[in-house]
Ligand binder design. Sequence first.
Ligand SMILES: [Zn+2]
Length: 685
Amino acid sequence: MLSVATFRDDDGGYTTVAVAVALLVTLALVFSAAAGEWALARSADVQEVADATALAGENCVAAFSTVVQVVDACVLSMGLTGLVVSAAGLVVSAVPGLQAHAPGILDVGKSILNARRDFSTTALQGLQHLERALPALIMANSASCVSANCTGGIEYFGCAVPFPEESQSDYSALTDTLEVNEVEDSAKRLAEATAQKERALERANEAKQRAWRADCVDDPMCMRSRAETLAGLYGTSNPNYPLAGEWRFSFACQRARNYYLTRASNEAPWSSDPEELSRSAARQAFYEYAYDAICNATCIETDEQTSLWLPELPHTSATVRDTSLYTDLRWPCTEIVVETGEGGGEGAVEDVGVVTLHSTLACPAAEGPCVCYASLAQLEEGGVERCDVCGMDVSVMGSVADASTNIDNGFEHYWRIVVQASRDYQEARDDARDAEARMQELAEDGASAFDQAIEALSLKRPSICPAGAWGCVSMVVRKQGSMVPAELTSSFISGSELPPGAALSAATLAPDSTGDGNTVLAHLLDGVRSRVPSPLDVLGRVTELWGTLLMGYGSSYENVSSATDRMVDGIGSLLGEKAASWLRGKLGQIVDSIGLEPCDLSVRKPVLVFSQQVLDKAGLTTLGQARRIVSQLPQSAQEINAQAIVRILDELGYGTITIATLPIPGVEGGGIPLTIDLDTLVGAS
Ligand SMILES: [Zn+2]
């Protein structure tokens, strides 16, 4: 007997898959004739001829069932492949940096679903043709078995009758169209939100780079080298961070705190000149202010939260007025006596004490005790007077950091860059967070669209009930003979109405525990793999995925979500991508919860059963109904064959018919024709 090994070439591989599939399918149909002849060799008894005849009829049903199973497996697995690829496209559209690939992946998904639709449309027509011819095929095949037994002068006639007599199959599930337009729309909007997030992250990254360079990389100088030169800070007080990726805004803050604390404690006037005394006092005030302000900075940088607030340091009179340097009561005041011509007696000159603000009591004009401390604000409002000698006022304060902020050799210049970058970074991170929230909403929309699409796939499955699905009942009559099986005449058939030598038998399909139907699909897949140019490209992965799903057809769909994961993993990492990771998990859950029923793809072979069992299923419970079957039989084997062949030719024609051409997901062009050679079958009769 032929086996799968027939299709192996010398290298142990399979010859072209088209040939393998065509032969396997043909083989299944030809088995019917083979079974008949096998029975012939050992059969001379009318009961045995009837048994062989029932088996021969039911063999056609077995062959047809195999064809339908292969078609259903292909249609279902292609639908799943298309959906899983679309799901991968959806996940990819939520990965910054990869989202641009999503439309291409979704197109592949759609093209697979289109190929599925085309395949199922043509396959449906092919199956319906074949199914309409099936009763005639059963009749022809069973009758040929009967006539093959007509040897040695003993003449039999009869054939097998299928139940149900006509098809009750429902293939509407093969004509549905799977739509992923909503999935595609969601993916498109998701990709837009992802692109927004990507752009925001780029801005954040650029801002951080800028801040890191201002802190650590000389261009021409930086905070670190300025702190070293100006404050003599080294080692852990002034560390270097060679990698931007490990740098944090809090590091710059810590450096600035160290710097201003050191500058404040080391500050001393360069000379006793009153104006220098004022500049030194202003520097002291500025360093203390800067230290306090930076101690109050906020530097939270985690994956979940970015909260940065770094203080700008005043470097003009106007910016000084916005700070506590303007309002702090830190400046000593003395009362300076001035002469005035007003008031008092005629022509009298009166001495009046005027409260005057100094930068320090070391000011030569600060005679007498300190009467109070005043602010620069009070000075500008006229509450206290400016000292002409030390000249302390807002502009002296504003000048402290003027040059060092505006010229690139000042510490404050680089601090200002860090502060501005922290603002930009915060804004970019906020934008990224908003985009992330939008992505999550759109991911939920996408998951729900995917849910609907896969539910549509899982709800409708073809219901296969061809002629003979319940079984075939055979009736064989020996025209001239004396051996009458008494049990037959007594149980079913009235002896007075039938010639002697009649026998009734029945066969139905039972799973063949020795065979695994998946081998048909496995060989199909072997051939498919040999056609895929490279397993590394995306299309190669699609074919691999389809293979997994196709092989899963007969066993279980538990592996669909893991197949989805593998598909996505092959495309890129989702590390740290919340929406994409969520989506991946959710889509897996959806696939699991849909509970796709595993399909039974075990090979079925005909087995003999009590004929009443088949008749009961067909609702034929009375003897009269059994008689009707017998009376419908043509009067000779030749007549039966002639009638059957006419019907087969009417429906199917001669030669090889192609049920459909199976496209290979992920492979352009070509395809595998699923063909059946009718000449073998018709010619056997
Ligand atoms: Zn003074």
